[in-house]
Design a protein around this ligand. Sequence first.
Ligand code: THU
Length: 161
Amino acid sequence: MRKVEIKTTTYEYDSLQELNESEQILIKKSKEAVKNAYAPYSKFNVGAAVLLENGEIITGTNQENAAYPSGLCAERVAIFYANSKYPDVAIKSLAVTAFYNEEYIENPLPPCGACRQVIVESETRFKKPIKIYLVSKEKITVIEDAKSLLPLNFDENFLGD
Ligand code: THU
């Protein structure tokens, strides 16, 4: 038996001013996006913003449904839209924010497992890491890539040639 430890490194920032201008813009876009969420059931409004290699920022919000499992998280809405609009352009970074009970959430929102899988797929597809910013009222948590959030991930390598 061998014990194998897997570590995840995150970076925490206490204010937006500690980040550079393009990071601040991306984060602001994710915060603005929450107002476009369609979350009548959970009332948990999530905004995601992705920065593409061509400099464009695309936002997405969670889209809920009366048939609950038919809804989709903000991260996947943004990524699928970005990859549909620009199938050849890599995503450089992603910011996610949530607004609940009339305020931005206290602690950064960690993307769900399905979203992590989708972010990893986009990294694999373009062979580029996607830097992730998890934004809350108090702080911003930064992760260098989605693979760090989803170690031991399933990817194309398991599917033969
Ligand atoms: N949600 C997201 O959009 N992103 C996440 O990372 C976690 C959860 C959405 C799904 C659902 O509409 C609501 O938040 C409550 O789970």
